[in-house]
Design a protein around this ligand. Structure first.
Ligand SMILES: *Cc1c(COP(=O)(O)O)cnc(C)c1O
Length: 379
């Protein structure tokens, strides 16, 4: 395994900046001399200097050749998919998808004459959905909100054998816990808004792939226009210096809370890839070097008591998003999966009391006490 402690702090090796500065400069220029520019290659995507730097930093962390940042995770995802499909093509998605990606599949692809199917979390299930026109396989692992795991190498091998591009949303794992490219995946996308940024204050997206896909992706990116400002690129770069430190602490805290909740009376179920009880624990162990900072669980509460439980928490904040240094909690049935019918939610295993917990870097025992006290007060 790569040593991420050093790599996160020095992702581009020993940097040389003007005046010997240690922090890197912000170049706000949206225009460059076209007669003498030295390889600044994003003419229509702005903030070229900081874009190239930040993209390359994330590429180096993911073990890919080339990377680019975007103004949101969705911009990275839309660009990745639309760079490789056209009218008449077919895409296979894993069934547990981020809501925005599901909406892209269901609302936008049909408008463009692009068909799609959903596969379950096994390579066999992806194989069963293959058609002659399948061009892209897109998946999330671990996935929201039940932390489903898809075997990366098996799906990558299947896709390679059939000339299909694979895209993995690595938002939940981060490169510290999982590098899909090392398992044969072609493209990694991120909502940098989550763990990469890590402070719930910086919306951005990222894409990492091989150099041979660079021109194709850049030309789609320029058309859809989701470029990130030089200032935001710099903040992303700064956040990434502490990525390994933050993720290791979040992994530890999440494992501690998953173990704690598993042993706590009044908790019906706990979902975390680091628990031996997780149905895909063995695959997670094979392809991940840490199990991540997200878990979900279902407290045994009387109907209508969930809002009271959330009010009774004093450290963990009921809020959307995830991956930041502060612990956040939300009920998918009321938030990310609100648009689905109750029957559809139940079929996905998302009960009304299910809670997704994004574990921050606070003291783990204090987080456990916060959950314990809120449960006791609520019942
Ligand atoms: C939040 C999220 C996205 C979307 O990212 P934005 O930065 O909000 O556009 C995509 N995938 C996953 C898994 C996410 O959690």
């Amino acid at each position: 395994m790569k040593d991420f402690d050093t790599l996160c702090v020095h992702p581009l090796g020993r940097d040389t900046h003007p005046n010997g500065s240690v922090a890197s400069p912000i170049y706000p220029s949206a225009s460059y001399d076209y007669t003498g520019g030295e390889g600044l290659r994003y003419p229509g995507f702005y903030s070229t200097y900081n874009q190239q730097r930040t993209g390359q930093i994330i590429a180096n962390l993911e073990g890919g050749e080339w990377g680019i940042t975007f103004s949101s995770g969705m911009a990275a995802i839309t660009t990745a998919i639309l760079s490789f499909v056209q009218q008449g093509d077919h895409v296979i998605f894993s069934a547990d998808l981020y809501g925005g990606t599901m909406a892209l599949a269901e609302k936008e692809l049909p408008k463009r004459g692009i068909a799609f199917s959903y596969a379950g979390n096994t390579a066999e299930s992806f194989q069963a959905m293959l058609t002659k026109t399948t061009k892209v396989i897109y998946l999330e692992t671990p996935a929201n909100p039940l932390l489903g795991i898809v075997p990366l190498k098996q799906v990558a091998d299947l896709a390679r054998a059939n000339g299909i591009i694979t895209i993995v949303d690595n938002t939940f794992a981060s490169p510290i816990n999982q590098c899909p490219i090392s398992h044969g995946i072609d493209i990694v996308v991120h909502s940098g808004t989550k763990f990469l940024g890590g402070h719930n204050d910086l919306p951005f997206g990222a894409l990492v792939t091989a150099e041979m896909h660079q021109n194709k992706i850049l030309s789609t990116a320029e058309l859809y226009g989701g470029s990130l400002s030089a200032q935001a690129c710099y903040l992303a770069e700064r956040s990434l210096k502490t990525l390994a430190l933050r993720i290791k602490k979040q992994n530890e805290n999440a494992q501690f809370l998953a173990d704690y909740l598993s042993k706590t009376a009044g908790i019906r179920s706990v979902f975390y890839p680091g628990l031996p009880s997780h149905p895909n624990h063995a695959i997670a162990k094979e392809q991940m070097s840490g199990f991540g900072g997200i878990l979900s669980f279902e407290p045994d509460l009387k109907p209508g008591r969930l809002p009271v439980f959330l009010k009774n928490l004093s450290i963990i904040q009921p809020a959307l998003s995830l991956g930041g240094v502060e612990s956040l909690i939300c009920a998918p049935a009321e938030t990310s999966h609100r648009g689905l019918t109750p029957e559809k939610r139940r079929s996905l295993g998302i009960n009304d009391n299910l809670l997704r917990l994004s574990v921050g870097i606070e003291n783990a025992s204090e987080l456990a006490s916060d959950l314990h006290d809120a449960l006791t007060k609520t019942r």
